[in-house]
Ligand binder design. Structure first.
Ligand code: XMP
Length: 517
């Protein structure tokens, strides 16, 4: 297991993901985590991340000194290299040449970290690496015991090592894909230098989680709000395997789901897997509450509160439940920890299953708490969930409620479901579904004039939205082929009654959000 100390670089999560991809368990902690926690974690190696600070500023963050006394390898990346140098007796100065973006690094000597790793070779036979740099400071003099293992024209000390103590530092970022050999460098560190095996595999993760869940809950009953989204679906499959009928899922059909979604959830979990699922058909209750409400924030609140009421009603019918399962995943944990310690900026608050009432007085079981989304997906597949479910685009909690602009009405929802289904079906047929990050239709309750045969049509509008994004914080609209859009438009206009016009949304985020409300 590897410990990553986070100095606040925007790439820190990537370090963790690369290590997990190498099959090694790791955890990310704030740089000032206390020495007891570090010792208790008992790492086989430590990575010091990059960070936005300069080592000269007053009160600059320092790694807890015990990391250099554990007797395990340490790798400092960017700011991590600089603070390691400063803490171990070297000097760091502001560089006159700032380096951002692509750079070429020459390897020197035969360090264990970089040996035999190269992108090119120069005329003198030096190994060259294409890397991603982002720094303003540079190491000026080496700490005692260190030698230079890589250099650039601007940074003669772009990589340093103390092979005896197994301390390494690189000025570039091996965790970003622009550093072409980055994954190999990280694997070299965790596998060969730290001696960690490839044990963090989907199989092992599942077995490990099952054992832990069994130990945690014993023979007590567990309740789970199953939404059909990836996280809660994987929790359901995992808990079912761990504790069988001690698990009861409540699936709330709010009448704002996509076409056939409720039936699919019941088919997959109840019928195929034998999971105990209670389906609460609450369409009337939700639509009743939403009657006459136009304001998006108010709609969201009503949908959230009604969800809690319905869930609570169903939960009260089950006797002796002691645990509530949730699909919290590692990025949620890091993000809320970051917001407490102030190390990372909070971009968005997460609400898993709408914040269930505390007076339910249940203990929490969160079996995905240590997993990244791609790991959750892999174990979902391993647990036998259908890949369309596991690789599905995200769907917001308030569902079609925020995709029908203004007041939600039952017939609007029906119309939207049909149009949305045509769009998604065609995306899958054209092999475009997995190329976009999220795609859906939006119902616009304005009417425009059309002509069908010889008749005048005065009907509603459907907007299509498809975006490409990595983190959903910013997005670019998907440049879908015109012929494809043409086909989707014709099918919607012909097959969905009440629609006279189809438009395609070409707004990026920013300025638009992904959803329309
Ligand atoms: P926006 O519209 O903010 O969406 O650009 C970013 C991502 O978040 C999803 N989203 C939500 N998810 N509850 C959710 O669970 C919500 O209220 C909600 N609003 C937006 C949206 O679908 C997109 O993936």
């Amino acid at each position: 297991r590897i410990l990553i100390l986070d100095f606040g670089s925007q790439y820190t999560q990537l370090i963790a993901r690369r290590i997990r991809e190498a099959g090694v368990y790791c955890e990310l902690h704030p740089y000032d985590v206390d020495a007891d926690t570090i010792r208790a974690f008992d790492p086989n190696g430590v990575i010091l991340s990059g960070g936005p600070q300069s080592v000269h500023e007053a009160e600059t963050p320092r790694a807890e000194p015990c990391v250099f006394e554990l007797g395990v390898p340490v790798l400092g990346i960017c700011y991590g290299l600089q603070t390691m140098s400063a803490q171990l007796g070297g000097t760091v100065i502001p560089s006159t040449h700032r380096e951002y973006g692509y750079a070429q690094v020459r390897a020197r000597g035969h360090s264990r970290l970089l040996r035999d790793i190269e992108d090119h070779n120069n005329s003198e036979g030096h190994a060259l690496l294409d890397v991603w740099m982002s720094h303003g400071d540079r190491v000026e003099t080496l700490p005692p015991g260190f030698t230079v293992i890589a250099e650039t024209d601007n940074a003669p000390l772009a990589g340093i090592a103390d092979e005896g103590r197994r301390f390494y530092g690189v000025q570039f970022h091996p965790e970003v894909t622009h550093t072409r050999q980055g994954q190999r460098i990280i694997e070299r560190f965790v596998h060969e230098i730290c001696g960690c095996g490839r044990l963090w595999t989907p199989d092992n993760i599942i077995e490990d989680s099952i054992a832990r869940v069994r130990e945690l809950v014993g023979d007590e009953k567990v309740l789970l709000g199953l939404s059909g989204g990836v996280d809660s679906s994987v929790v359901a499959a995992l808990l079912h395997r761990a504790i069988g009928d001690q698990l009861t899922c409540v699936f709330v059909d709010n009448g704002l789901l996509r076409l056939g979604e409720g039936d699919q959830v019941m088919r997959t979990f109840a019928r195929h897997m034998g999971v105990r699922v209670i389906r609460a058909d609450a369409e009337d209750r939700f639509l009743g509450r939403l009657k006459g409400v136009n304001d998006p924030e108010q709609k969201r609140k009503i949908i959230g509160n009604t969800f809690i009421e319905v869930f609570d009603d169903e939960a009260n019918k089950i006797k002796d439940v002691k645990w509530l399962a949730q699909g919290t995943i590692y990025p949620d944990v890091i993000e809320s920890a970051g917001s407490k310690t102030g190390k990372a900026k909070v971009i968005k608050s997460h609400h898993n299953v709408g914040g269930l009432p505390e007076e339910m007085n249940l203990k929490l079981v969160e079996p995905l708490r240590e997993l990244f989304k791609d790991e959750v997906r892999k174990i979902g597949i391993e647990l036998g969930l259908p890949s369309e479910m596991v690789y599905r685009h995200p769907f917001p909690g308030p569902g079609l409620g925020v995709r029908i602009l203004g007041e939600v009405q039952k017939d609007y929802a029906q119309t939207l479901r049909q149009a949305d289904n045509i769009f998604i079906e065609e995306l899958r047929k054209a092999d475009l579904y997995d190329q976009v990050s999220q795609a859906f239709a939006v119902f616009l309750p304005v009417r425009s004039v059309g002509v069908v045969g010889d008749n005048r049509l005065y009907a509603h509008v459907i907007a299509l939205r498809a975006v490409e994004t990595i983190d959903f914080m910013t997005a670019r609209w998907a440049h879908l082929p015109y012929d494809f859009l043409d086909l989707v438009c014709r099918r919607i206009a012909n097959e969905v009654p009440g629609i006279s016009r189809v438009v395609y949304d070409i707004t990026g985020k920013p300025p638009g959000t992904i959803e329309w409300e």
